[in-house]
Design a protein around this ligand. Sequence first.
Ligand SMILES: Nc1ncnc2c1ncn2[C@@H]1O[C@H](COP(=O)(O)OP(=O)(O)OP(=O)(O)O)[C@@H](O)[C@H]1O
Length: 604
Amino acid sequence: MNTPDPDSRPFQVHLRGVVELLSRSIYSGPSVYLRELLQNAHDAIAARRDHDGQGGLITITPLSPRSEVLVVTDDGVGLNVDEVAELLATVGRSSKRDILDLPRGDRLGQFGIGLLSCFMIADEITVLTRSAKGAEPVEWVGRADGTFSVRPLEGIEALQVPVGTRVQLRPRADDAQMASEPTVLALARKYGEYLSVPIDVDRADGRQVRINKPAIFAKPLDAEPEELLALGEELVGARPVEAIALNVPSTGTVGVAFVVPYAPSPGARQATRAYLGRMLLSESLDDLLPEWGFFVRCIVTTSGLHPTASREALIEDSALEETRAALGQILRRWVLSMAATRPASLQEFLAVHHLGLRAVAVHDDELAELMVPHLRFETSVGTSTLRDLAAAHPRLRYTETVEEFRQLAPLASPDEPVVNGGYVYDAALLRRAAQVLPGLSLQRADLSEVLDALAEPPLEYRAQIAAFEERAEAVLAELDCAVMVRSFSPADVPAVYVTDQRVVGAARRREVAQDAGGLFGALLGKLDSTPAGPRGRLCLNFENRLVRTLMGTEDPAVFPSALRVVYVQSLLAGHHPLTRQDRKVLTDAMTDIVHLSVGLGSES
Ligand SMILES: Nc1ncnc2c1ncn2[C@@H]1O[C@H](COP(=O)(O)OP(=O)(O)OP(=O)(O)O)[C@@H](O)[C@H]1O
């Protein structure tokens, strides 16, 4: 056994310093004083019910023209004279821990500091209390200077104190507003409206308001559907798309997730309104859901998660981790069941949230697995979900940019479509698609491979085509454009213009450098280290009527003009930017065609 050290002395507590610490570093603001008083009253009532089955009302009397004192009364278990000194005046001592010093699940408090929060608005706290276990009532007065006094009440004074506790605060002049009727009503509702213990607020006009409401979010979804959606609307700011029931029995967490009908900023987690034992913990808890749960806003109450001392956040422990994982499972099941039974609803949901889902799915395996098969992508055979595409075409190719897609889409074989990965996040998602959809082969599309794979025109036309390619290249040489003839479908596309982006980039820089001149022009000129080569290639379609007509046209005026129009048309169809020269070529060609058609002959 340890013998007490004769030199050991108890710590001194500098109360002003502790209150300063609470108000500056622990609590978000002085308004939590009412939460702490409500919490103590609630716990005292719970203790009284355990003791003799009685008790069950909290009354708050705010400041009024008739009184400069705020009063919170409960008919809970009360305290005797020894408990008053032991519990109220000892920082960190709480009656709400069990013999192993663990917090009791049915009590809201546990840290033994809550009452001190009253010093944030008042210099003196008076507690009048009578224990349900007998003994005379007591008055305890605690002061912000760190002193307190205890006085047993006798005679007429004692008769006026029923079983329970009455806490009185006289706020400092600057903080009086904190205890005024409108503020008290608002705070009592904010923190305590869902508590199971009734709370009445006395109004200056003599009436009493009961502030409690049923916690509809803790009931089955169909109990009060309209009221539930109204609550969702209040939380989300618009009518929610759907309500999903949340229930994690292992941590006593129940509530509702409302699916938001608008797209929140990508990756932003929706804040959860969380209650602990039905008393507000936080209106904006951002770590209760997995990161990808940004498309719902939740309201929950929990009994098995652990608050930090501020009681405004949760401790990041295994219970929180388990709850987060379980809530993720519930959202995942919701998505999966929608995909299986209500595909139209899933597509509506994705139409709103696809961008956010894509953003998160890029780095979140869980979400990628869940969502990528259902996301829609643009392809050379129309827009489709990846799952449907994979079912119809086990071999797919994808492009990294929109430009590449526009060039390749008209050339791709319908059996092996090209998927546009150029929109934000899509290429990264497509790179992961094979993991998510086993059996799917998805490769980066390569322009030259696609061109090489195009069918050559029939052998008997080879000589004619070679001559035609030569004639056409001579016309388009000034535009730095090579020409090739291939067979592809659809037959109504006369030609596709394909480019090497590096060559085009260099050509554009040269153009800007010429225009800019001076130092900037010289700088751009220096950047230009790209290999030379034709800026692009016009791939003419042997199956197309116009192309076949052109092949048979020898006219030195008609042939170049018509070919130049086909060239600019292909640029436009592929959404390629037109250079100044391209625009001039089009105007000149059209002018020539008009002249030819009215019999004036070509201008050139
Ligand atoms: N209204 C009340 N009725 C009975 N006992 C009370 C009342 N208010 C406070 N007490 C006693 O005083 C103790 C200290 O209260 P305090 O609010 O400082 O801490 P707590 O409620 O135990 O924990 P927390 O810091 O988490 O609020 C309580 O544990 C309780 O035993």
